[in-house]
Design a protein around this ligand. Structure first.
Ligand code: CU
Length: 505
C-alpha cells in the first residue's frame, strides 16, 4: 500500500477503483495473472436501456490498471455469445498477442479464454475489440500502466473515457452509410478482418483519385455535418448522427462527479474511445498542461482546449485554483454537442451543464501537433525506407482506401528488422483520418510538409488534403495493421499491413 498516496485515495469513480487496484497489486501481484472478462451488460443512456459489451477486471472495474513493473499477464475470458478479439491499443507486444484477427491469430470463441504475457510500456492506453463492429457497442476499456515516477508526483489520477453512442445497431449504422443491407454488412464485418478470398467491398471506380471521390461526395452531404472550408472546398465531419456522447458511460444529464481536494493536483488521463467522433477537450476555467500523448511523454504544452482525435489519449496535469466545481468537457468537433465529467471539491455542488454548448466547435486540427516535442525522441538517422501512402475516399460510394487498395485486397509494406522507416501519409480526401500503426511507437516528423521533431505516439490525425510524415524503427517483427481508426472507414477498406520479411504467411 505504500505507493498509494493520500490524494490517490481521495480519487472517485474510475480513479478510486484504479488506485485500489494498485494497492491490491503493487505489493503482491507483480507475477500473478490478472483476469479480464468480456461480457455484456445493460447500460442506461438518457433514461433508456441498451445492451452493450463490457471489458472488466477480476473486481468488475473497467479495463485494467497495472502497477509499476507489473507484467501484462492476463487471462481474457470471452463470456459473450460472439467471437471476439481484443487489441491492446498502443502497446508493443509480440504480434501474436496484439489482438488482430489474422489467420494465425483467430478470434476467441464464446466461452473460450486466451492468455497474454508481455512487458507493457507505461502510460495511458486502452483496449478495444478488433472484431467486426464490436467497438461501437462499447467493447472498449482503459488500459492504464503506471510508472513509479508518476506515483511520486502525488497527483490524483482521473481517467476519462469518451464514447459515441447510438441506440441503432452498428450494422444499421454502417448500412446507412454504404447503402448495403444489414445482412450484407454482417458478412462484411465477419470477413473483412481476415485476409481471405472474399470479394472486395462494393466500390465503383476503384483506384479512383481520392480527391475526385471526395469532391463527388460533397454534393451528397446535405444531411451531414459539413463545415469548414479549404480553398473553397468543404470539409466533411461526423459521418453518423449519434444519440449520445458518453464520458465514463454517462452523459451530461447525469455526469460522473469526481471528488477532488481543494487546490488539488490532478492528472487527467483522457481516452477517445469513440468509433467515429473527434473532440476538443475543454478544461473550462482551468489551465492545464499536456504532458503525454498516446502514453508517450512530451514537453509540457499549456492550454485550456486540446484536440483529441479518435483513439488518441492525452495526459493533462491540472492544479485546481481552490474550491469549487470544475467541468472537464469533450466537445464534438463541428457541433455544439458535448459530454464530460465534473470535478468537485468538498461542499461544492456540481452545476447543471447543458449537452448543447454555446460554441460550435471548429474541426480538430494539427495546431497542437506541431507544438509537441517528444521527451524521448528517435535517435537522428537517415531512413532506410521511405513509403508514400495516399489516403482517399468519399461519401458516395462510402469507401475509403490506402494507395488505392481496399482491405483485405492490399499489398503489404514489407520491412526488414533494424530499418529506420518513414511513411509519408498524404490525405487526398475531404475528411480527416486518425491513422494508427500497431506494434510500434512512431515519431511525427512533419506536418503538412513542415519538418518537426514532434511527439512519439501511436495514432496521428491526417487532416483533409494535408499530410503527416512519421518515422519509426523496425524493431518488432510481425504482421501489423496500419489503418484509419474511424471504425466505418476501416470497415469499408482503410486498412493495410506492415509486414516484416522474416514472417512467413
Ligand atoms: Cu478515416
Amino acid at each position: 500500500m505504500t505507493m498509494v498516496s493520500r490524494r490517490g485515495l481521495m480519487a472517485g469513480g474510475l480513479s478510486l477503483s484504479a488506485m485500489t487496484a494498485v494497492g491490491a497489486h503493487a505489493a503482491t501481484a507483480i507475477e500473478s495473472k490478472r483476469r479480464l472478462i468480456a461480457d455484456t451488460r445493460s447500460l442506461e443512456v438518457n433514461g433508456r436501456a441498451a445492451k452493450v459489451f463490457r471489458l472488466s477486471d477480476e473486481a468488475g472495474r473497467p479495463g485494467l490498471t497495472l502497477a509499476p513493473g507489473e507484467r501484462f499477464q492476463v487471462e481474457l475470458a470471452n463470456q459473450t455469445a460472439d467471437n471476439t478479439i481484443i487489441h491492446w491499443h498502443g502497446q508493443l507486444p509480440p504480434w501474436t498477442q496484439d489482438g488482430f484477427p489474422w489467420p494465425q491469430t483467430p478470434p476467441i470463441a464464446p466461452a473460450a479464454t486466451r492468455t497474454y504475457d508481455y512487458a507493457p510500456i507505461p502510460g495511458t492506453y486502452w483496449m478495444h475489440s478488433h472484431q467486426g463492429l464490436q467497438e461501437q457497442s462499447l467493447m472498449t476499456a482503459p488500459l492504464i500502466v503506471r510508472d513509479a515516477i508518476e506515483l511520486r508526483e502525488d497527483r490524483q489520477e482521473i481517467v476519462l473515457m469518451l464514447h459515441d453512442f447510438s441506440f441503432r445497431s452498428p450494422d444499421a449504422l454502417l448500412a446507412s452509410l454504404t447503402g448495403q443491407t444489414p445482412s450484407q454488412i454482417r458478412a462484411l464485418a465477419t470477413t473483412s478482418e481476415n485476409v481471405s478470398a472474399s470479394s472486395p467491398p462494393q466500390v465503383s471506380g476503384e483506384n479512383a483519385m481520392g480527391m475526385m471521390q471526395g469532391m463527388q461526395g460533397m454534393g451528397t452531404m446535405s444531411k451531414k455535418n459539413v463545415m469548414g472550408s479549404m480553398g473553397g472546398m468543404k470539409m466533411d465531419l461526423n459521418d453518423i448522427d449519434y444519440d449520445a456522447f458518453l464520458a465514463n458511460d454517462r452523459t451530461l444529464s447525469d455526469p460522473e462527479i469526481v471528488q477532488v481536494e481543494r487546490s488539488g493536483r490532478v492528472r487527467l488521463r483522457i481516452i477517445n474511445g469513440a468509433s467515429s467522433s473527434q473532440f476538443w477537450v475543454d478544461l473550462g476555467a482551468l489551465a492545464g498542461h499536456v504532458v503525454a500523448v498516446d502514453g508517450h511523454p512530451v514537453y509540457p504544452v499549456a492550454g485550456r482546449r486540446f484536440p483529441l482525435a479518435i483513439a488518441q489519449r492525452l495526459d493533462i496535469l491540472v492544479d485546481l485554483p481552490g474550491a469549487g466545481a470544475f467541468p472537464i468537457l469533450a466537445r464534438l468537433e463541428g457541433t455544439r454537442r458535448c459530454t464530460g465529467i465534473v470535478l468537485t471539491t468538498p461542499g461544492a455542488s456540481a452545476p447543471r451543464i447543458d449537452e448543447t454548448g454555446l460554441d460550435r466547435m471548429q474541426p480538430i486540427d494539427n495546431s497542437m501537433e506541431t507544438r509537441l516535442v517528444a521527451r524521448a525522441p528517435l535517435a537522428p538517422r537517415q531512413p532506410d525506407l521511405v513509403h508514400r501512402m495516399v489516403l482517399a475516399g468519399g461519401m458516395k460510394p462510402y469507401s475509403w482506401s490506402l494507395n488505392g487498395e481496399y482491405w483485405p485486397h492490399i499489398t503489404p509494406l514489407v520491412l526488414q528488422m533494424g530499418q529506420r522507416v518513414e511513411i509519408e501519409m498524404v490525405n487526398n480526401s475531404m475528411m480527416a483520418h486518425p491513422m494508427h500503426l500497431h506494434g510500434h511507437a512512431f515519431q511525427v516528423i512533419a506536418v503538412n510538409g513542415q519538418p518537426i521533431r514532434g511527439a512519439k505516439r501511436d495514432t496521428v490525425l491526417v487532416t483533409p488534403m494535408g499530410s503527416v510524415r512519421i518515422a519509426f524503427d523496425a524493431n518488432n517483427p510481425g504482421r501489423w495493421p496500419l489503418h484509419c481508426h474511424n471504425l466505418y472507414h476501416m470497415m469499408t477498406g482503410m486498412i493495410t499491413e506492415v509486414r516484416y520479411d522474416s514472417i512467413k504467411v
